[in-house]
Design a protein around this ligand. Structure first.
Ligand SMILES: Cc1cc2nc3c(=O)[nH]c(=O)nc-3n(C[C@H](O)[C@H](O)[C@H](O)COP(=O)(O)O)c2cc1C
Length: 320
């Protein structure tokens, strides 16, 4: 199963710290890349294209001279409602961003342009139909965002999603959805993924831009606190139940309008109602990203080393 040549010798564990709106920025990206994990952020986390370019320059400066740093990625929202796509893409091309992660739309010209400077395009998908279109358009990687993932997640069980997509795609296959530990990354590999895509786990790190109240909500939450609904952002996604309540909405009846309305107090999706995946139950600390990356790598190696123990052949039969 393929990893791009550009990643060779630069990863300590096959993990991408997934791009998260209002959460990931240069500090998180740089810490991940210095510690063998691909860091990424959404271009829209900066308010302007100019600010986005500044962040790219800062990341390049802080990674300069670290030969084995992991590559970094940028998420571009390829939806017609994103007025910045063209300008942000121009900056991506100019700065030769190693990995472009596209979501909410597919754009063949973008793929051609990124390939033109030697970059890679990974596209995030929630089902086989979207995967087939992206494979046909020539993406280098597909990210299967399965059930339980933070933010805009798909409805599919991860085993089913991997099996479906692997049948039609022999490029890099990445699995996202409630993965939080190195052992789970190893399990994703065994199930057919080349890499794992971890968002929620990286939200609870020192370098994430998550506000303190969100961090403590993450520490207290378990999978049952995650609500899957299209009512927050217009697309099906996973959000933290206590943040929905705090914003004045009823998580069990989101068809009801917000209890306050009209302008200033209206809860803003993402800013006031926080996205998170079902992996929250495994999050019990807020480590430095470097420590998290090291921990993931150690757990991953330990799980692989211990895998032989799971073999039925390894079980000794009772005598007689
Ligand atoms: C707070 C938050 C914000 C997110 N913002 C984006 C985004 O801007 N663009 C994107 O492609 N995916 C976004 N995602 C989805 C992640 O990139 C990724 O698919 C997901 O976090 C993986 O599942 P996990 O959270 O269970 O690890 C976001 C997820 C979270 C939790």
């Amino acid at each position: 199963m393929p990893l791009p040549a550009a990643f060779a010798g630069r990863l300590r564990v096959p993990v991408i710290a997934a791009p998260m709106f209002l959460i990931s920025g240069p500090d998180l990206v740089v810490s991940c890349c210095r510690n063998g994990v691909i860091g990424s952020f959404p271009a829209l986390n900066q308010r302007t294209t100019h600010g986005f370019a500044d962040w790219l320059d800062e990341i390049a400066r802080r990674l300069d001279g670290i030969d084995d740093a992991a590559p970094f990625g940028v998420n571009l929202v390829v939806h017609r409602s994103n007025p910045r796509l063209e300008a942000d893409l121009a900056v991506v091309i100019e700065r030769k961003v190693p990995l472009v992660i596209t979501s909410l739309g597919l754009n063949r010209d973008l793929i051609k342009a990124v390939h033109g400077y030697g970059g890679l395009v990974f596209h995030d998908v929630i089902n086989l139909a979207f995967a087939a279109k992206a494979a046909d358009a020539g993406v280098d990687g597909l990210i299967a965002v399965s059930a339980g993932a933070g933010g805009h997640a798909g409805p599919l069980n991860p085993f089913a999603a991997l099996a479906d997509i692997r049948r039609i795609f022999d490029g890099t296959l990445v699995l996202g959805g409630a993965l939080s530990t190195g052992a789970q990354v190893a399990a994703a590999r065994m199930a057919g993924a080349d890499m794992a895509y971890l968002g929620t786990r990286f939200m609870a790190t020192q370098e994430s831009m998550a506000p303190p109240a969100l961090r403590s909500m993450l520490l207290d939450a378990s999978a049952a606190d995650i609500v899957y609904t299209p009512a927050i952002s217009g697309v099906h996604g996973n959000f933290l139940r206590p943040s929905i309540v705090a914003a004045g909405r009823d998580p069990d009846d989101l068809s009801k309008p917000a209890s306050y309305d009209f302008g200033t107090t209206e809860a803003k999706a993402w800013r006031d109602i926080w996205a998170a995946g079902q992996g929250v139950g495994t999050i019990r600390d807020v480590p430095a990203a470097a420590d998290l990356c090291r921990r993931l790598a150690d757990e991953y190696e330990e799980a692989l080393d211990g895998a032989a123990r799971l073999s039925c052949r390894a079980v000794e039969r009772p005598a007689g």
